[in-house]
Design a protein around this ligand. Structure first.
Ligand code: SF4
Length: 82
């Protein structure tokens, strides 16, 4: 489960977040590109290829799309309780 204490600094405010790749708990983004290619309106890519939330999803279809990325993330680096 993504650690809300280790958010990427570029996440926009709101419940959805990505965790910092330096997170030593093993939850940090590994720049696999799944989320920002699957939902590019909501997930951004920083200069190192690590993900952050650039827009919070609100509509049901937006939430469903982001939930798909959360479930697809191989290292549980996406959270929704931040
Ligand atoms: S799916 Fe997970 S590991 Fe892959 S880029 Fe997104 S946050 Fe990072």
């Amino acid at each position: 489960m993504a650690n809300p204490a280790k958010k990427h600094k570029l996440n926009v405010p709101g419940p959805w977040f990505c965790t910092d790749p330096d997170d030593d708990s093993g939850e940090g983004c590994i720049a696999c590109n799944v989320c920002y290619t699957g939902a590019p309106d909501f997930f951004g890519e920083d200069e190192d290829g690590n993900a952050y939330i650039k827009k919070q999803p609100k509509a049901p279809e937006e939430l469903a799309l982001c939930q798909e990325q959360l479930e697809a993330c191989p290292v549980a680096s996406i959270g929704t309780n931040g």
